[in-house]
Design a protein around this ligand. Sequence first.
Ligand SMILES: NC(=O)c1ccc[n+]([C@@H]2O[C@H](COP(=O)([O-])OP(=O)(O)OC[C@H]3O[C@@H](n4cnc5c(N)ncnc54)[C@H](O)[C@@H]3O)[C@@H](O)[C@H]2O)c1
Length: 427
Amino acid sequence: MYLCPPGTIAQLVEQRTENPCVPGSNPGSTTRRPLHEWSFFMPLHQATTWALRPPRLSRFATVLKQSMTQNQNKQNLPSVSLANFLPNSTQSGEVSKSRGFVLCDEAFQTLLPAHNYKELLLKLPVHWIRAGEHCKSIEKAQEVWRWLEASRADRFDTIIIIGGGTVMDLGAFVASTYKRGVKFILIPTTLLGMVDASIGGKNGINFNGVKNSIGSFNKPTDVAVDVEWLKTLPPKELLNGWMELTKHALISNAVLWDDLQNKSPYDESIDWNRIVERGTEIKQHIVDSDFHEQGERKLLNFGHTVGHALESLAAREGQALDHGFAVGIGMIASLYWSAQSVDEISKQNSILEAAVTLKSLLKTNENCDTWNWCIQGRPQQLWHFMLKDKKNQASTVLDIRLLEIGSAEWDCPLTQIDFENIWNRAF
Ligand SMILES: NC(=O)c1ccc[n+]([C@@H]2O[C@H](COP(=O)([O-])OP(=O)(O)OC[C@H]3O[C@@H](n4cnc5c(N)ncnc54)[C@H](O)[C@@H]3O)[C@@H](O)[C@H]2O)c1
């Protein structure tokens, strides 16, 4: 059984009594539980691991995958043996062609990694990365390239990336460019990483104050999702991932939205295996139909034009702001925009109800400062960054709008006046 890090318990035991972001609001109804009471502190036999459709499997990944499949649903999962992939030693005695090099979120120097991956961290060369937007930089990429070169990693080797969206975005970018591209495997450790960042082959770093402005499309050799990592994930990171899950549902799956709408990421009844699987399926389906984001894939940017603008502004002002939270704020604005563009009253109402649901998740005691920072009269400043968005064409801001819950359209022109009006109505 995993031990809960003390800091996380302290955050969790705070009870939500009223919402200080809304003076005079009624006491909130959501009560947080200590982490050890959560249902997703599941016994290991329930922590199913699955790997997403690999485009091409390296020998390394194949064995990793076989091992994980064999281990599924067993009470005592043996750790995956990676000895085969250590230099010059394979089970059959031949010289291994693909050695593994691990890039890992440094949080796992102290947190316990998911059971199947302990051995990987012990036996392969590891370069630790401090997670966060700051690691998505050219300086950090250079540091990793230097480490790979010093470790004599060659173009047949495999980089195994363990972490959330930031470590994966950096690692996949480095792997896609080192020696003109080497194989890489993603092992997401955050909810956001599982349902979003690990799927779809996008990687990138931030440049000149603009999010994800340098990067590429390049599929990983394999992705290994294991909800056991969520056991140590702090609640605010669950909320960030929940926002991307919500986005998947709002743009393309009304049934999933019905399910999520009445839940919160802190509910003890959540079946993480099922929810994560549904979330990954939605994203995988969209990506499969439009890998290079010429059309339908743009839907996945719902809430992101404003979200990325908020993140860029936050970086400029030295304000801490998580990607998932920023996307949540962006989705609220986009939901108001969508509601005003839809004729049918019932559709309008359900879209506005979705905005209310998102507000209730974001506007909490814990997030009060972040919420207030985000909404305090800044549409003009945000517009400055929205004009630099990658989806724009001919200086026109093109964004995503819902037609109804579960269906959306892309490339919808948004004017500055419209945006300011929507923002003022939403917040
Ligand atoms: N490439 C894509 O398609 C794509 C899609 C969506 C988001 N993203 C990117 O993902 C990034 C956000 O990712 P994120 O929210 O995972 O952030 P993150 O990688 O910064 O992780 C958030 C925090 O959780 C910690 N953490 C990670 N796993 C943990 C675990 N199992 N237990 C305890 N703590 C853990 C990290 O150390 C970090 O402090 C953004 O930069 C965003 O642009 C990329």
